[in-house]
Structure formats: structure tokens, C-alpha cells
Design a binder for this molecule. Structure first.
Ligand SMILES: Nc1ncnc2c1ncn2[C@@H]1O[C@H](COP(=O)(O)OP(=O)(O)OP(=O)(O)O)[C@@H](O)[C@H]1O
Ligand SMILES: [Mg+2]
Length: 260
């Protein structure tokens, strides 16, 4: 493996007496797309919370581009190039789709308040540039014609796409998607597969996707690998075929066969 972009070692977190994540190792090469699956409560979202420093680990290390990122604020993590979407959509519901994406561009201030106040040519140029880039992202996720719609008025599937556009606005190198297909029907899932593949190929991000829709995971990870988490520990890592034929994985999802 070349120099990993993300290197997670022995990541562990305890909540009270419960070990939610237990000595997990994940290494990603730049530009890889990997899946993270596992039964409910396996610890998948907790791993995203740890990588983005929303919570602190009990033990373990996280390096991004060969630098330790533990202890950095979530804002700093975002500036360093890690962005995410949330399992429970987190948009500003009263703002328009455009405004939600535009906010993503301001994770790092590009001009001072004074410049904004007197509207210097530089501040105006940056404003125009931001508008262009925000509209490009909305177009990419097929939301251009909804740019003036309030986020809360959009159907659920479109809100998920809007979250992706906002996450991309921070110009990440690592993009974490937490159940992007949640609540979607088969047709919507197929459209989403196309969109996520397009995002991955055109933007070149390194991506980790948590997902319960197996067809979405198997399709998007067909050339790469899937991490399977169970009860906080990694149970298996492998290609979609290896994972589907792994008896431990099948048991974790279906439970132990009854002997009676
Ligand atoms: N902040 C927290 N405080 C206490 N317990 C937590 C916290 N966050 C998660 N947990 C617990 O840790 C375990 C793993 O939760 P997590 O949300 O990571 O699971 P998940 O794999 O994402 O599940 P799902 O597929 O249902 O989203 C669960 O038992 C959960 O209740
Ligand atoms: Mg989760």
C-alpha cells in the first residue's frame, strides 16, 4: 500500500461500561472508495464521530495524511479536508438549498469582515466565485432547479442529496457518507449509486460509505473492499464476494441458527 491518507489504529471507545468500538484498524489509500457495514448498533456511526473528533477515543490513533488529528476541533478537522454527512440529516431547515451549500464554503474565511462590509473587489470576486461553485454542486446532485426551495420543503431523498452537496462544499479529500440511501426506494437507490460513483470519479475523493442497502454497497464497492463491523469489532474485510460468502458475516446478520 502507498502512503495511506487515513490510518486508524486500535481505535477504541467506551461509553460507560460498554465498549462501542473495539481496537479497529482502517487504512485507506488516496482515492479509495470503501464500504462500512454491520448490524444496528455495531459502532459504524461512532467510528465517523471519532474520525471527525465529535467524540474522543478511549484508546488508539487516527492519522490523516500522516499527521495525528486526535484532539483537533471538528472545525479544524473540516479545514484539514475531512467532511461528512449525517445518518439523521442535519440541514438548516429554514434556509434555501443554495444557502445550505453556500454555508459549506465558509468553513474557512476567505476575506475579512471589513472587506465584506465595504465590498472590496476581492470580496465581490470571491462572492461570485462561491455562487458559481455552489450552483455547480447543486447541479451535480440534481438540485439546481430547487436552489431557492427551503431545505425543509424538499422530499427526504433530495435532502440527502443536499447534504452531500454541502459536505462537498468544504472541498474535502476524505468524504464520509453515513447511510446516504436510508429511506430510499429501489429506483432512488439506483440513481444514488450513479450519483455517488460520479462524485467519486469526478472529484477523486477518498470515501467511506456506511450503508444498510446491500445492493448499494455491493455495487459501489465492486472494485474495492468492505469493512464489516460487529459489536464494535472488525469481523471481516474483503471484496463484496468475499464478504457475501463469509460465514461469520452471514451469522452476524442473520443470528445463530437454532438447534431445535
Ligand atoms: N454518545 C454516545 N453515548 C453513549 N452510547 C453511545 C453513544 N453513541 C453511540 N452509543 C452506543 O454505541 C453503540 C454503537 O452505536 P452506533 O450509532 O455507532 O451504531 P451504528 O453501527 O451506527 O448503528 P445503526 O446501523 O443503527 O446506525 C450503540 O450501542 C449506541 O447505543
Ligand atoms: Mg449509525
Amino acid at each position: 500500500m502507498s502512503q495511506p491518507i487515513l490510518d486508524v489504529k486500535n481505535l477504541t471507545v467506551d461509553f460507560g461500561g460498554v465498549r462501542a468500538v473495539n481496537s479497529v484498524n482502517i487504512q485507506l489509500e488516496p482515492g479509495e472508495f470503501v464500504g462500512l457495514i454491520g448490524p444496528n448498533g455495531a459502532g459504524k456511526t461512532t467510528i465517523f464521530n471519532l474520525i471527525t473528533n465529535a467524540i474522543k477515543p478511549t484508546a488508539g490513533t487516527i492519522e490523516f495524511k500522516s499527521k495525528n488529528i486526535l484532539g483537533k476541533s471538528p472545525d479544524r478537522i473540516c479545514q484539514l479536508g475531512i467532511s461528512r454527512t449525517f445518518q439523521n440529516i442535519r440541514l438548516f431547515p429554514q434556509m434555501t438549498a443554495y444557502e445550505n451549500v453556500e454555508l459549506g464554503f465558509h468553513s474557512e474565511p476567505h476575506y475579512s469582515l471589513a472587506e465584506a462590509f465595504v465590498r472590496t473587489p476581492r470580496a465581490r470576486r470571491i462572492e461570485i466565485d462561491t455562487r458559481k461553485k455552489a450552483m455547480e454542486l447543486l447541479e451535480m446532485v440534481n438540485l439546481k432547479e430547487h436552489s431557492h426551495a427551503r431545505a425543509s420543503s424538499l422530499p427526504y431523498g433530495l435532502q440527502r442529496r443536499l447534504e452531500m452537496a454541502r459536505a462537498m462544499a468544504t472541498n474535502p479529500e476524505l468524504l464520509l457518507l453515513d447511510e446516504p440511501a436510508a429511506g430510499m426506494n429501489d429506483d432512488e437507490c439506483n440513481d444514488l449509486i450513479k450519483l455517488i460513483r460520479e462524485i467519486h470519479t469526478t472529484k477523486g475523493y477518498t470515501m467511506i460509505m456506511i450503508e444498510h442497502h446491500m445492493n448499494v454497497v455491493m455495487d459501489l464497492c465492486r472494485d474495492s473492499r468492505i469493512y464489516v463491523l460487529n459489536l464494535g469489532s472488525l469481523l471481516a474485510v474483503g471484496s463484496p464476494t468475499e464478504i457475501q460468502n463469509n460465514p461469520d458475516v452471514v451469522r452476524a446478520y442473520l443470528g445463530e441458527p437454532k438447534n431445535d
